[in-house]
Ligand binder design. Structure first.
Ligand code: TK8
Length: 350
């Protein structure tokens, strides 16, 4: 090749590559245009959740966006997608693994197929208060479980709150364990939930969250269970008559980042992500507890018939479910379950 041809070729190819590189960076969102290891770069972070903007989780995501954008001087941008527009919890988690989405904050329950130990949080009647749950999640048990995420292509930055779940249905008030009999209940896609409701005599049907309203409206199922803030923000009062305060299980949200994205971030950028997730998480938990109280009044006002469930009946339910939790304690690790219940006892006896 003549010298000038070579020069020309290089002249064409190199700018061409730069242009292509630039395009790739903006298209894949998370890819760095800088060195990736120091400084703060222009980034777009695609974040999705299953719930809507009105829910405390949606408000938490808005707070996360504000914090990241502020701390990065506007260089890191968060694009929030609500109401499962990017898919349900499982699908978005897979998108993170594949590097197609940067952030999601799912319930831990649908992740149990991937990390079985997360199933300990699906054991009914373990926690009585949010404080007990925080002690376990923010303590050794919860933090050790976060360490299992990277081998699955995920990085966990902490726990937010979905919260204590209560039952709604269109048939009758559920006051006793016997009242579960024959009720068709949508559950999360999780084996502990499925078996626990079967054990109570209900007829559970696992389903992604995004399909629940339609299933309730079309009477494919009689009921579902979720925290009050979700029952309200998802307008289940329009399709359900009875709200029974079973408070049968506490579901955490886990703040997940795609490991592919995370590994390309500089230390400063990782700190911005982590600090923002933790700060927004505190805000989200506080708001969630407040909203749960308010939602109960609003749901009653909207015409739902609310009933309490006595502690004695909850104890009976717990007894009925015991063979299920015993079976899964063996599967998930009896030591781990004991660590969780010991931590709860510590807080309870303080
Ligand atoms: C939202 C879900 C949901 C959960 C469920 O993506 O599926 O019932 O409680 O709120 O994580």
């Amino acid at each position: 090749m003549k010298k000038w041809v070579k020069k020309l070729a290089i002249g064409i190819v190199i700018p061409g590559m730069l242009v292509l590189g630039g395009c790739g960076a903006s298209k894949s969102g998370g890819t760095a245009s800088g060195s990736g290891k120091s400084g703060i770069h222009q980034r777009t972070i695609k974040a999705g959740i299953g719930l809507n903007e009105d829910h405390p989780e949606g408000q938490g995501m808005i707070k996360f966006k504000e914090l990241v954008e502020k701390k990065s001087g506007g260089k890191m941008k968060v694009q929030n997608f609500f109401s499962a527009t990017l898919g349900d919890d499982q699908k978005m988690t897979e998108a993170l693994q594949g590097g197609l989405q940067e952030v999601t904050v799912p319930s831990t329950s649908p992740l149990v197929g991937m990390i079985k130990e997360y199933g300990i949080f699906d054991f009914p009647f373990v926690f009585n208060t949010e404080k007990e749950a925080y002690a376990v999640l923010d303590g050794k048990v919860g933090q050790e479980l976060l360490k299992k995420l990277p081998e699955h292509g995920l990085v966990g930055l902490g726990y937010w709150e979905n919260g204590f779940r209560n039952l709604t249905n269109s048939k009758h008030p559920v006051k006793t364990a016997a009242d579960f009999k024959g009720l068709k209940i949508r559950t999360m896609q999780n084996e502990v939930h499925l078996d626990a409701f079967k054990q109570l005599g209900a007829n559970p049907s696992p389903m992604a969250f995004s399909e629940v309203f339609t299933a309730l409206e079309g009477k494919t199922v009689d009921g579902q269970e979720n925290p009050l803030a979700t029952i309200k923000s998802s307008k289940y009062d329009e399709v359900q008559s009875y709200l029974s305060m079973t408070k049968h299980v506490y579901t955490p949200f886990v703040f997940l980042v795609s490991k592919k994205f995370w590994d390309g971030l500089s230390k400063e950028e990782q700190k911005i992500m982590k600090d923002s997730a933790v700060e927004a998480g505190k805000y989200q938990r506080d708001l969630n507890r407040k909203e749960n109280e308010k939602a109960l009044k609003d749901l009653e006002k909207a015409g739902m018939k609310v009933n309490e469930v006595s502690d004695a009946e909850k104890e009976k339910m717990k007894e009925i479910i015991k063979p299920v939790t015993d079976k899964y304690a063996k599967k998930f690790g009896e030591d781990l379950v004991k660590q969780m219940t010991d931590e709860v006892d510590k807080v309870r006896n303080q």
